[in-house]
Every structure is written in structure tokens, then in C-alpha cells.
Design a protein around this ligand. Sequence first.
Ligand code: ZN
Ligand code: ZN
Length: 203
Amino acid sequence: MSCSIEKELVEKTIAFHGHSCPGLAIGIRAAELALQKLGHPEQSDLVAIVETDMCGVDAIQFLTGCTFGKGNLIHKDFGKMAFNFYDSRKNIGFRAVLCPDISGNAGLELRSLSRKVAIGTAHGEEQVRYEELRRSLQDRYMNAELEDMFIIMEPAFPIPKPARVLQSLQCEACGEMTMESRTRRMDGKILCQPCFEKKEQKI
Ligand SMILES: [Zn+2]
Ligand SMILES: [Zn+2]
């Protein structure tokens, strides 16, 4: 079945992200899956751990209400199209990984063209093909059955604990207040991470 999220909400998600693209479509479908399996944000305490920082994460923020600022969106820089969702109230969760077969030959072709487009060596026809492939992949993602789109498994991480409010300490080099758990110590001085790194380079 094609995406069950109302058209208007999809449009708003595209506006939030700034453009429409295959990556965003993946995020929209992942968010749809999360809402379907765990319920709407009002009835659950949704938490997401995303293993990518690509376009799709914007759809997850917009549609599930898991945001970076609230601390219920966590990024693991693994470069994988994989999304872990939890309801911390019910203590349940799952991991959805984009099925490698879903993108098919169009995905392979797009990947090699993307490289050319990125370094500016794609000629006119290739540019047109690139746009065409992006549109067709986006349509494929938006119309696929969710079970064909994602492989679902146990979450890769335990449910994250709610963010604790920690004390701030003053960095003894730059004087800026820094969350205690992010401070470092060198020569008996409390330092923020950038100051610590600067000093460490000099050693
Ligand atoms: Zn995008
Ligand atoms: Zn500092």
C-alpha cells in the first residue's frame, strides 16, 4: 500500500526539509512505520535513534516529533539507512533497515550519476537522467509496501535514558560554561573539549 500519511502532511514535510528527494521519502516511510507500530506521539513517548544523518531524518523529526533539541532523537554516525524507534513508556521498540533490494538498478544508476553531478562532470543528458531517476525512486519509496521497504528487527540499542540536567562548569581556558559531562581535565585544569584538543595538539 502506498504511503498512508495525508498528502497535506507530506507537503508540509517537504516544505520543512526544503525540497523533495528520495532520501526524504525513505524518512517519511520510516516515520509512518514508527507511528503505525508505536502509536502517535500524543499516546506514546517516542524516541528515535537514527544511524544516518541524511535527508530522511528531517521527515522523522517532523512527523514523529522526535527532535534533536528535545533529546528524543539521537544520531549514531554509522552511515546506515537504519532507524530505531522506541516507546519508552511501554518499553518497546524496533529497528527498521532499508531493504537493499528496494532501490534496484535505478538506485545503482543514481549512485554513479550522483558522483558525477556532485563533482560537476555530468553532461546535459545525464543531468536529465539523474532527475528522472530521483523522481522514479521517490515514487517507488512512496508507493512500496512498508514490509517490502524495510527489514524489521530488534533495536540495536537499549532504550535511551531521559536526558539528565547536569551542572555546568567554567572552562579555565576560554571561560565558557560547559556541561560537566563534556569537560576534560589537563594539568589539573577543567577544560571544554575544544580547548582540551587545542592544548593536546601542542603536546
Ligand atoms: Zn533532501
Ligand atoms: Zn574552553
